[in-house]
Structure formats: C-alpha cells, structure tokens
Ligand binder design. Sequence first.
Ligand code: 7TS
Length: 431
Amino acid sequence: MNKPPSITPSIEAERSAHPGELFDDRGNLDIDRLRADFPLLARKVHGKPLVYLDNAATTQKPLPVIETLDRYYRMHNANIHRGIHAVAEEATEAFETARKRVAAFINSPSERSVIFTSGTTESINLVARSWGGANLKPGDEVLISHMEHHSNIVPWQLICAQTGASLRVIPIDDHGQLVLDSLDDLLTERTRLLAITQMSNALGTINPVSSLIKRAHAAGAKVLIDAAQSVPHLGVDVQDLDCDFLAFSGHKVFGPTGIGVLYGREALLESMPPFLGGGEMIKQVRLDGSEFNDPPYRFEAGTPNIAGAIGLGAAIDYVQSLGPERIAQREAALLAWGTEALGSVPGLRLIGTAAQKAAVLSFVLDFAHPLDAGMILDRQGIAVRTGHHCAQPVMDRFKIPATVRASLAVYNTEREIDSLVQGLEKVRDLS
Ligand code: 7TS
C-alpha cells in the first residue's frame, strides 16, 4: 500500500530547511531570514511599514504553517476516525501525528493526555465543568491569583456558584509579583485546586509555578497551569512541572486560531465525566444510556478542528527548529532593550516590573489616555493593544483603567522598539 504523502513537514525536514541559516555559528539570529518566513510582517499599514507588537493577543504565522493549511485543504481534507477511504485515512494520520507532536513538545508521557480544544479558554472550561463539577462541593476552595486572565477566573466563578465551593485569590504586589507570604493561609486542606498562570499576559510576570505545584500537592490540591503565554515564550515540560492540567492556545505559538490543547494527567482524565456530548466521545449509544470513550476522545465531541490541529503540529515543528531556549534568549534581549528604551520616555510608567518577566511591556502615560495613544500609534503603523487585556482585576489592583501593551515575539527587532519610542513622542506632540 502506498504511504499517504506527508502533510506536515517532519521536524527533521523543517530543521534541514533552516540548518544554521537562521542562526550563525555563534548563535546569532539572522533576523531578515526569520522575518521572511512571516509574510504579514512585510505589510504596510496606513502607508507605513507594519510594526507588529501585539503578539500576546496572537502571533503571526510562518510559511510552513500557512502552506500546511493550504496543502491540507487542497489535498487531504476529509473527516477523521470514521472513513475507511484513503483521504480520510490521510487526514486521520495527520491529525493523530499532530497530537504526537504536541505530546513530545510538552513532554507529555502519553499522547492520550493531549486533548484538542478550541483554545485555552475551552481547555479551562472543560476542567472546571468536568473535573470541577464532579469534585467540588460546599466548603471546598479553588485558589487562583490576582493576575489571571478572565478565562482563568470566570469558569471558576461559574463552577463555584454551581457547586457551593468558594474562590480564593493570591494577591500581587506593586511590581506585579505574587505575594506568597499569605500562601499558608490560602492553601489549606480545603483547597481542591490551584489554577494559576505561568506568565501574565497583562504584566509579563513569570510565576514560580514549580514550587507552587509542590506546595499545592503537599496540601492535597490539584494544579492547573494556564500556559497560554508561557508556551510561546518559555516552552513547558509537564513532567518536570508535575502539573495535573495545563492549557494553551495554538494561535499564540505561531499556529492557527481555533485550536488549543488541554494536557491532563492520564489517571485524572480517566476519572472525569464528559464535557460535551455527541459523536466521537462515545463507545456505544443506546436510547437508554451511553458508554463513553476513553480519553482523549471522551473530551473531543463532534468533528474537531482537523486543519487547526495539523497546522499546530507544523507550528510546533517551526518552534522546535528555532529552539525554545534560543527564542527565550532572543526575547530576553529584546525585553531588556525595550525596558531601557521605554524607561527613557518622560511621563511613562511601566506596569509590571517583576524580577522574573518576559516579552510584555505594559505601560501608562501621564500625557495621554491609553486608547488615544493606541490610535495615534496605529496611524504610524505600530500595532499595540490598549485596554484591560482581559485582566480587569490587574487594572483594579494598579488603580488604572487600561494600559498600552507592547508584546514581543522572536521576530521583533530593536529597531521596531525604537519606532515605538518615536511613536510615543508623536503621541506627546498630539496630546
Ligand atoms: N490565559 C492567558 C494568560 C492569556 O493571555 C489568554 C489570551 C488566555 C488565557 C485565553 O486564550 P484564548 O486563546 O482562549 O483566547 N490573552 C489575550 C491577550 O492578552 N490579548 O488577547 C488575548
């Protein structure tokens, strides 16, 4: 039998496409070559070269991802797991290969622990509804932090209201770091789950999740890590972390929108009831009751985002061809440059000055409202995000309505950050 043509270039093929090309012998990045992989970065906006500094919202997509999606829809589109025809087999193989790539990427002990979802938001809701619905009761507590994205707050509020459990919150200090003095009071035998971000999207803070996971486990609690921001910038290893659940989104790590991942410890997933009911998640359906499928399929009701998963596999290949450590190193240099450059702007105050932080420069200006600044920057081709960044409690903590947020990716340059600084001078002139 002929093997179906490869849909996603293998990690090896992807590496050989770039061997030593993107980095010289001393490990320095050839930024022009890297940027050439991302067609959108060559765009103009309002007649100016685009300076894309909104990577925490979503990243741009490299050619291998765009081409994989194109190839999938041109040549391999079929529904999966159910067809016996050749194209359905190709699509199924590519989808399941993507699952293996995700498992390897996060060092999951098994691909059965990798559930495809629509993104971090659905992943967290899945745990809240399925695990939370089955395990929480009055008197139990769920512990989060003050720097969570709304998608790691609201699902817990909803399930607490439904089950009678309560939500408790680890405070943050003026630098945007967790205040851990109070942890012994907050993390008790009543705590059933700690749900916490590894990296804040509004502040850039990197949390000491390894030690928090150890402490939570010692108290008998499970731990969910929101890795929406950490996977793209730091990479994660679920076995090293020893977390029980971990959620991330494909679109923030150079993959397509509408695809994400929930990692769950296998034994836990096996004990959990379904989240959504429908096709794929069952073994047998009778009118008087149904038998559910094993994980991960138990949690993947209906036709999944097949193209998205395969595109995410290509994105992961791309990240691995660059090397997560080299991405982190390059971004650290950019962050240091940006912190110093913005520090020289009179009237600018950085929000989020943690000792451990990555890729995010959130700030307020004493000469302009963030929304006005964002609009003036946009006219100069500079894309930043303004607002509360779906982290309203962070804004309340700092007593501000919003920030301007420049968020970095490996393809950004020092020159782009300098453009932001010049753009802010224009904001001052016009304000
Ligand atoms: N958690 C964190 C830490 C995030 O930064 C985001 C998205 C989410 C969860 C939700 O991810 P989604 O893919 O399910 O939407 N953060 C942002 C942001 O900072 N700007 O736009 C989306």
